[in-house]
Ligand binder design. Structure first.
Ligand SMILES: [Fe+2]
Length: 485
């Protein structure tokens, strides 16, 4: 039956403003622009993004309990787990901010999801990624159930392995008037924290079953790696993992107990693999120094959140080998040097938020002045003004704010490798744009020869790199049985 001509539909279709309502544009890739009548609503919503946090339920798992990769894999999990341990390494993907909120963004998301999926199929068996870990902001604008298919299930329909996720602000912020049953975290939990691996309505006719994480925060245990994931809540900025002493009354403090229990467990069992800590909001996001030219990117650092994490790390005597986050739609890799326990350690803090939603510049024009892009290697310790550990310097090591991309991580008994693979429109690059190796025993970042350096586009300030101890010296200083630091 022929479709009725568009002009025969009643106009307007709705009798009140609808988000994403707009007017067609001559540019078919942009399709819509906000309708002027929505301006006041958008302004009010924009304000709420910095005011409204959300509560969330306690995890089904006890604070010290692990969620094992073998569990997610189902009946063959123990067998695959044993194979990985026998092989001596594990490879996995990480990326944040995948959701395409408009038709114009969809090609970006598809390019990234296709490349990540292609990596699984092209890699030789002993180098094949075993899972994808999403760093939040899966479904825009605010985790609507009706967009899970388009923005998550369909793009990753061919990813041949489990997909885990921590929620981002776009997966949790509640638009006023949303029925409780349709709150974004309800949908997120239905699809990622299901008690059983069922097919949800959001998956449509696809066969991917819901992930069975015990909660929106959880500790994923896999061969050679443990990933402690925290939910950093619904604000645009900053990230918040607790009530912060009652300041955010809606947020329970259960994650503090969870983090402490997990780090204590790592210490007590003398875990020797790589320890990663993930939050959607990055502890560090680049911004020019006070008085500098231009402004920072679209998202800022979260110092109060990091302070809480640092204090728990100090109390337990365990510091993660790397921090991973998204939220900022670009790639940033910092190295933070710390005097911790009995020696100096260095820790990568990585932002990998170019999963397809957008690519944002690291610096923006401000006050009529164009932003000045920092040179890689710039000391940015001003981003860490009141550290709750013995911080000894913060360096912006690498960044990419021009292409989408994802992380390919490799862990073995000796090292953790984080490699950033940019995704453009061309063929798969043979080498990653950036690659960092963390020596697990010494807990130090090892520079990788041959890593291409990005040419600075503005003024440079290239002080000396932070002091690093040799692996041998640091290993000798490590307290036996202290586990990861
Ligand atoms: Fe975000």
């Amino acid at each position: 039956m022929p479709r009725p001509p568009r002009s025969s539909l009643p106009q307007p279709l709705f009798d009140e403003p609808v988000f994403a309502q707009g007017r067609p544009t001559p540019d078919p890739t942009r399709f819509k622009v906000p309708h002027p009548s929505d301006a006041a609503l958008y302004r009010r919503l924009q304000a709420l993004l910095y005011e409204d946090v959300v509560g969330f339920p306690r995890s089904r798992a006890a604070p010290e309990e692990l969620y094992r990769l073998a569990t997610a894999l189902g009946p063959h999990g123990p067998e695959i787990d044993a194979d990985l341990r026998a092989h001596g390494r594990i490879v996995f993907h990480m990326v944040g901010d995948i959701g395409a909120s408009t038709e114009g963004k969809y090609p970006g998301e598809i390019r990234v999801s296709d490349r990540i999926t292609q990596d699984c199929r092209l890699a030789p068996p002993d180098d094949r990624p075993q899972f994808l870990y999403l760093l939040g902001d899966l479904v825009y604008d605010f985790g609507e159930a009706r967009y899970y298919y388009d923005q998550f299930y369909e793009p990753y329909r061919n990813y041949p392995a489990p997909i885990f996720a921590i929620p981002g602000n776009h997966d949790s912020f509640i638009v006023p008037g949303t029925p409780p049953s349709e709150a974004p975290l309800v949908t997120f939990q239905r699809n990622f924290c299901a008690p059983e691996p069922v097919v949800t309505p959001e998956a449509g006719s696809l066969h991917r079953t819901a992930m069975t994480q015990p909660g929106v925060y959880f500790a994923l245990d896999a061969p050679f790696v443990r990933i402690v994931g925290l939910f950093s809540n619904a604000l645009e900025d900053p990230g918040v993992i607790s009530s912060q002493g009652g300041e955010w009354k809606a947020i329970p403090d259960v994650q503090l107990e969870f983090l402490s229990a997990q780090l204590t467990r790592l210490r007590d069992e003398r875990f020797e693999g790589a320890v990663l800590l993930t939050t959607h909001h990055p502890p560090f996001a680049y911004a020019p120094p006070a008085g500098g030219v231009g402004g920072g990117g679209t998202h800022a650092s979260s110092p109060a959140m990091l302070a809480q994490i640092d204090r728990i790390c100090t109390e337990t005597g365990v510091y993660p080998h790397a921090f991973l986050a998204g939220h900022a739609h670009n790639y940033q890799r910092f190295t933070r040097s710390i005097d911790f326990e009995h020696g100096r350690i260095s820790v990568p803090f990585v932002v990998c938020g170019g999963g397809g939603h957008d690519v944002d510049p690291l610096v923006q024009a401000r006050g009529g002045h164009a932003g000045v892009e920092p040179a890689d290697g710039t000391v940015v310790s001003y981003l860490d003004p009141e550290p709750q550990v013995e911080a000894r310097g913060l360096v912006l090591e690498h960044h990419d704010d021009r292409t989408y991309g994802y992380l390919r991580a490799t862990a073995d008994p000796n090292s953790l490798v984080l490699a950033f693979h940019p995704v453009g429109t061309g063929a798969m690059p043979a080498e990653p744009f950036d690659r960092v190796v963390v020596d697990l025993a010494s807990h130090t970042v090892r520079r990788v020869a041959g890593t291409p350096r990005r040419a600075p586009t503005g003024e440079t300030d290239r002080p000396a790199r932070p002091e690093r101890r040799s692996s041998r010296a640091a290993r000798g200083a490590r307290r036996p049985g202290s586990g990861p630091r």
